[in-house]
Design a protein around this ligand. Structure first.
Ligand code: TXA
Ligand code: MG
Length: 307
C-alpha cells in the first residue's frame, strides 16, 4: 500500500520495513538498530545473507557513527558527493551489525538526495536499504514497481519516478586506492581530483568476490534479455533459450545516457509484461555503449544470453 512519509516514519520506528524513494532507485528500508527489521529485509527480498546492505544516512554526522575511522579521503568524498549517488565502503565501527555487513569488516554508507528519504532519515536515524526488488531482479524506479514486486504487501512512500534510475556508484576507500566496486553515475573521472589530492590510485574492484552487485547475473527482467549484434540469428536464440516460439521485441533507449539510465528499468518492466517476449538489446545502436560503464554493467548482468 502507498503510505505518507509520516506513516513510514512510524512504521520504521516500530521495527517494521517500508519502501522509500531515492534519487537512484527505491529502497526497502529497516532501521539499523532493529535486528528484526534487518531480518525482514532479507526475508521480503528473498535475499541471501551473504549480500551486505547499504546504510543510508541524513548527513556526515550520522555516518561518523558507522565508520571505524572517518579518514580524510572518505570525508572528502562524502563532503563532495553527498547527498548523492555515491556509496562509500570502509572499515566498520564495532557496533555495526553483522546482519548489515554479512560479517565483512567493512560497511557501505550513502546519503541519498531525495527529499523524502532525507526527511525520513532525519526523523528516524540511519536505515539499511537494498533496492526494493526481489533478489536478482530489476530494481524499482517508481512506487508502482515496488507494489508489483511484493504484491502490495510492503508499505511504500510515493516520491515519483527516480531521477537517476540506476543504483549508486559503490567505492571502497582503502589506504592505497578508491576501488570502484559498482559503476554508477559518479565515474572515475569525477573521483580523480580527490584521489589525486590524497595520492591514491583508482582501481576497478569488480572482480572482488564480496559484492553480489558483482554477481554475473543480476537486475534480471521476468523475460529473457539477449545482448546481440546487428541482425541476430533468431532461430539460434530460440534454440539456445529452449523456446519453440516467442515475440522478439527491441529494447529502445535514449541516445542520451542520463535519460537511458532513468528509463532503463521501467522499459525492462514494460517489455516483461508479455511472457512471450524476448527482449533484444543491441549495444552498438547507442552512442553511449562505448563509454557508459554503469549502463553496460546493468545490461550485461540483466542479459540471459550474449551473442
Ligand atoms: O542506489 C543504491 O545504492 C540503492 C538505493 C536504494 O540506495 N541501493 C542498492 O542496494 O542498490 P543493493 O543492496 O541493491 O546493492 C548494494 C550493493 C551490493 O552490490 C552489495 O554487495 C554492496 O552494495 N555492498 C554493500 N556492503 C558492502 C561491503 N561492505 N563491501 C562491498 N560491497 C558492499
Ligand atoms: Mg539491488
Amino acid at each position: 500500500m502507498i503510505v505518507p512519509e509520516i506513516e513510514a516514519i512510524k512504521i520504521l520506528n516500530s521495527g517494521e520495513v517500508a519502501a522509500v524513494p531515492t534519487e537512484t532507485v527505491y529502497g526497502l528500508a529497516g532501521l539499523i538498530d532493529h535486528p528484526e527489521a534487518l531480518q525482514k529485509i532479507f526475508k521480503v527480498k528473498a535475499r541471501p545473507f551473504f549480500d551486505p546492505l547499504i546504510v543510508h544516512v541524513a548527513d556526515l554526522d550520522q555516518a561518523k557513527t558507522l565508520f571505524l575511522n572517518f579518514s580524510k579521503p572518505l570525508h572528502a568524498l562524502a563532503q563532495k558527493f553527498w547527498p548523492g549517488p555515491l556509496t562509500l565502503v570502509a572499515a566498520k565501527a564495532p557496533q555495526v551489525s553483522d546482519l548489515i555487513t554479512s560479517s565483512l569488516p567493512t560497511v557501505a554508507v550513502r546519503s541519498p538526495r531525495h527529499p523524502i528519504a532525507l526527511n525520513i532519515l532525519k526523523a528516524t536515524g540511519p536505515f539499511a536499504a537494498p533496492s526494493a526488488n526481489r533478489f536478482g531482479k530489476t530494481s524499482p524506479t517508481m512506487a508502482s514497481h515496488v507494489l508489483e514486486e511484493f504484491g502490495g504487501k510492503v508499505p511504500v512512500v510515493d516520491g515519483g519516478a527516480s531521477e537517476i534510475g540506476i543504483e549508486s556508484t559503490v567505492v571502497e576507500v582503502t589506504e592505497e586506492a578508491f576501488k570502484i566496486l559498482r559503476p554508477g553515475q559518479i565515474t572515475e573521472k569525477d573521483l580523480k581530483p580527490i584521489a589525486d589530492q590524497f595520492g591514491l590510485k583508482i582501481s576497478e574492484g569488480l572482480a572482488a568476490p564480496n559484492s553480489p552487485g558483482q554477481l554475473k547475473h543480476h537486475y534480471q527482467p521476468d523475460v529473457p534479455l539477449v545482448w546481440v549484434k546487428a541482425n541476430p540469428d533468431r532461430e539460434k536464440i530460440l534454440s539456445l533459450l529452449s523456446k519453440p516460439s516467442a515475440k522478439f521485441v527491441e529494447l529502445k533507449l535514449s541516445n542520451e545516457p542520463a535519460i537511458a539510465a532513468r528509463l532503463l528499468y521501467s522499459e525492462l518492466r514494460e517489455l516483461s509484461r508479455d511472457p512471450a517476449n524476448i527482449i533484444l538489446f543491441e549495444p552498438d545502436r547507442f552512442p553511449w555503449s562505448r563509454v557508459s560503464k554503469d549502463l553496460l554493467d546493468r545490461l550485461s548482468k540483466a542479459a540471459t544470453l550474449k551473442l
